[in-house]
Ligand binder design. Structure first.
Ligand code: CA
Ligand code: CA
Ligand code: CA
Length: 239
């Protein structure tokens, strides 16, 4: 018998490459280093195991914050952020406030996918969009007419009444002085400082039928004059 001819293995470069791949015991592109009766695999990033057969689960260390879903990839991961969060690990609470979030000077406070408004006095609503009607509580008494304003109100008082809420009956504040025995001289006393007449930081002092300005340093009292109705004076503060 003629033994079968032994054909020396002479592969083309393509078939040699296939053969190498076929013989490479390292998975997932791991580099095989030959040893004596053994081999060592050097794995590509993202893989491990003796034959690089394990895809490392990069989600194992819980890198995604704030309840985000983690998806394992090759040598990486991706986080699917819940509403209101951003960043690679969803670690950023996205700022939900914009300049126009709150009306009427309200302060915006960032939340999670939401915001709240802190309103200035006199305003209400989720966005401070409502002007509170301060006249609703009917603050003006004795027939005073209420005018609503931003954060306040103003009472227009009928004749004979004064005060913020028309609560002061001018007659009640009459100042009476005995000029001579049994001859009583009376004048109505109202708060002349209410109109804030003092200029340049002067402090108003309410007097009988007039006012006086207590002037700060650097100013001087000028403009004294006699009011005929009552022997009193008023002044102003000028530099
Ligand atoms: Ca992986
Ligand atoms: Ca936010
Ligand atoms: Ca108002």
């Amino acid at each position: 018998m003629v033994p079968p001819a032994i054909t020396p293995w002479a592969a083309t470069s393509a078939s040699a490459s296939q053969a190498t791949r076929a013989r490479n015991p390292c998975s997932n592109g791991g580099l095989c280093r030959d040893g004596i009766n053994n081999f060592v695999c050097t794995c590509l990033p993202g893989f491990r195991g003796g034959r690089c057969e394990q895809d490392i689960n990069e989600c194992e260390s819980n890198p995604c914050k704030n309840g985000a879903n983690c998806t394992d990839c090759v040598n990486s991961y991706t986080c699917s952020c819940p509403p209101g969060f951003s960043g690679i690990n969803c670690e950023i609470n996205t700022n939900d406030c914009t300049e126009s979030s709150c009306f009427n000077g309200g302060t915006c406070v960032d939340g999670i996918n939401a915001f709240t408004c802190l309103c200035l006095p006199g305003f209400t609503g989720s966005y401070c969009q409502h002007d509170i009607n301060e006249c609703d509580s009917k603050p003006c008494i004795n027939g005073g007419t209420c005018l609503d304003s931003y954060g306040t109100y103003k009472c227009t008082c009928p004749h004979g009444y004064t005060g913020v809420n028309c609560q002061v009956c001018e007659r009640d504040r009459q100042i009476c002085i005995n000029i001579v025995l049994y001859l009583l001289f009376c004048i109505s006393e109202i708060n002349e400082c209410q109109s804030q007449p003092c200029q340049n930081g002067g402090t108003c002092i309410d007097l009988i039928n007039t006012y006086k300005c207590s002037c700060p340093r650097g100013t001087q009292e000028v403009g004294w004059q006699i009011i005929p109705v009552w022997n009193s004076m008023r002044n102003d503060c000028l530099f």
